[in-house]
Design a protein around this ligand. Structure first.
Ligand SMILES: O=P(O)(O)OC[C@H]1O[C@H](OP(=O)(O)OP(=O)(O)O)[C@H](O)[C@@H]1O
Length: 209
């Protein structure tokens, strides 16, 4: 394992990436109505970016959490054992405590946030399920003419072949927002550090500060 390159990410670095992307969003006049953080790692950038998306006189953008876990699924394909990844929902949207403006995602600008796009399995699952849910509700509530706009923000996108895709229109219209594209190495996030001082020192040495 000694040849595995570790990339250390500091809290400062994360803070600045969130600020950078928030500025891009605001410059385009696309402040989201709601942020959906993918638990657990996505909740941290979700909370930080909310600060930078706040505008005077406007209410804080609500954050909803969805919980998605990847687990290794050993299956057989054409008689050959194959390891795949399956996504399990551990938590989903809950509009219960929000105002009447938030009975659904229909017609909203939605920002989905996660810390890393690795194989893309999680993000693919999240946006497909959310889009499906919006469509079903539009039919049910007869609100077919309202346009719902999804964006995705990740701190890091790993430059590697992906196992799943994101909607073409979202990618091509610049609504897939990446703090930084990184090589396919081991990303060490600060919330996992035993020794945060040493972690931050290493991140600084690598320029991730
Ligand atoms: O692009 P993918 O290959 O789908 O991987 C990315 C996902 O993996 C991590 O979640 P993890 O289940 O490890 O949990 P955590 O967020 O709680 O750390 C990460 O937070 C992403 O959600």
């Amino acid at each position: 394992m000694s040849d595995v390159q570790k990339i250390y990410i500091s809290y400062n670095n994360i803070h600045k990436l969130c600020q950078k992307i928030a500025n891009e969003i605001l410059e385009r006049n696309e402040r989201p109505d709601i942020i959906i953080g993918i638990s657990g790692g996505g909740l941290i950038p979700a909370r930080i970016i909310r600060t930078f998306l706040k505008q005077q006189g406007q209410k804080n953008i609500p954050i909803q959490a969805i919980g998605l876990s990847l687990y290794e699924d050993m299956g057989l394909e054409d008689g050959v054992e194959k390891i795949g990844k399956e996504v399990i929902r551990t938590q989903w949207l809950d509009f219960g405590a929000l105002s009447e403006h938030f009975d659904s995602l229909i017609g909203k600008k939605i920002l989905i946030v996660d810390e890393v796009d690795d194989t893309r399995t999680t993000l693919h699952y999240a946006i497909s399920e959310l889009q499906k849910e919006v469509k079903e509700q539009q039919v049910k509530l007869n609100r077919l003419d309202e346009e719902t706009a999804f964006s995705i923000f990740v701190l890091h996108n790993k430059d590697k072949p992906k196992r799943a895709e994101l909607p073409k229109d979202l990618m091509e219209s610049g609504h897939y927002l990446v703090g930084e594209t990184v090589p396919d190495e081991w990303l060490c996030y600060p919330w996992e550090a035993d020794d945060i001082e040493e972690h931050t020192r290493l991140a600084k040495l690598q320029g991730n500060d």
